[in-house]
Ligand binder design. Structure first.
Ligand code: AFP
Length: 337
């Protein structure tokens, strides 16, 4: 079979009228930056990239060296090409403007530069997640409020997993596609077009250590999965939890499954664990475009009107039927109150 590179794929998307030249360049630049992050990640201890950076991010979390390095690589790569009006990163409080010496474009880029950072030092897959929005008309110096657009308005979303292979998963709203990095050649090559997630699954992903803090409908739902063949679901379920959302989502994209980071008593005041703009919205678009579903347990993630750049939300995503069952339990419990 003739291999199709990411560049060829982007040209085809342009010819089909699904993206414009600026968006195509933007994705090329992000992919190139992610190749540099992959190189840094792969060097491990030899590259001096492991361990704490000694700083904290906007969320008050300790930053790893690779969090800071990845953020800088993405900012630097995206500053000068003329495809962006501004960037926003999970690692920075405010949006990053494009320096005055460079031309500005019509797009806004949001990213979580290194997701799953607790896994860096133990050599488990980590990743980058990104989302692309249109800069509102007439705005030349975008502020945080200009990024606060619902997930349904995303022009593109993607993630890169730095695992045994480096893999890019991308959507422009016309299906979800996977590209694998050919390290010798230095190109991302299309490895799966139009990925479909099976609607049903026997595999779930959740951090079970939070069980006692969950809300009643979540306790009920997971309790039924754990009861297996003898319980109301009448079948056994298997569980996986990598603690890198990119890796957990990539497994779901590959063989189906569901992923939950529900609300619990410890994180209720924050609204959830995962960030709407950097994690939940892009992953929701990727999953929906592959035939899956993504909700907060109560409503579709991509319909949420964001209220803050660093807003957190509960996340239920993956195989459609299972997301629907868990969401139904929450909606039903709310209606009964
Ligand atoms: P970071 O943003 O600090 O890298 O955290 C990763 C993450 O947001 C997501 O990738 C995981 O699914 C989740 O945290 C893991 O959370 P637990 O530590 O509670 O298992």
């Amino acid at each position: 079979m003739k291999s199709i590179s990411l560049i060829q794929f982007l040209i085809e998307e342009r010819r089909a009228g699904r993206i414009n030249a600026e968006l195509s360049l933007l994705i090329e630049v992000v992919a190139r930056a992610c190749k540099r992050i992959a190189v840094a990640t792969n060097k491990g201890a030899l590259g001096g990239v492991l361990g704490e950076a000694g700083t904290g991010n906007i969320q008050g979390e300790a930053q790893k060296k690779l969090d800071v390095i990845s953020n800088e690589i993405l900012l630097e790569a995206n500053a000068w090409g003329g495809q962006l009006a501004a960037c926003a990163s999970e690692e920075m409080e405010d949006p990053q403007p494009i320096p005055d010496m460079y031309p500005k474009g019509n797009h806004l880029l949001l990213f979580d530069p290194l997701d799953g950072s607790s896994n860096i030092d133990v050599n488990i897959s980590v990743g980058t997640i990104f989302s692309v929005l249109r800069c509102p008309d007439g705005i030349t110096e975008p502020k945080a409020e200009h990024f606060l657009q619902p997930g349904t308005t995303q022009l593109a979303a993607g993630y890169v997993v730095y695992g045994p292979a480096t893999v890019l998963v991308l959507t422009f709203g016309h299906g979800t596609h996977e590209f694998t990095l050919d390290r010798e050649v230095g190109s991302f090559i299309l490895s799966r077009r139009d990925i479909r997630i099976p609607e049903e699954t026997g595999e779930f992903a959740i951090n079970m250590s939070n069980q006692r803090h969950w809300e009643a409908p979540m306790q009920r739902y997971i309790g039924e999965l754990l009861a297996g063949k003898d319980g109301p679901r009448g079948r056994d379920f298997n569980m996986r939890w990598v603690a890198s959302m990119v890796a957990d989502v990539h497994r779901i994209i590959t063989r189906g499954g569901v992923f939950f980071y529900p609300l619990d008593a410890k994180i209720k005041s924050k609204g959830g664990k995962l960030r709407l703009m950097y994690e939940a919205n892009p992953m929701a678009m990727i999953i929906e475009q592959a035939g899956g579903a993504a909700t907060t347990g109560r409503q579709r993630i991509m319909d949420l009107q964001p209220t803050g750049l660093h807003q957190r939300v509960p996340v239920f995503l993956g195989s459609k039927k299972e997301v629907e069952v868990a969401t139904h339990y929450h909606v039903e419990a709310d209606a009964a109150v």
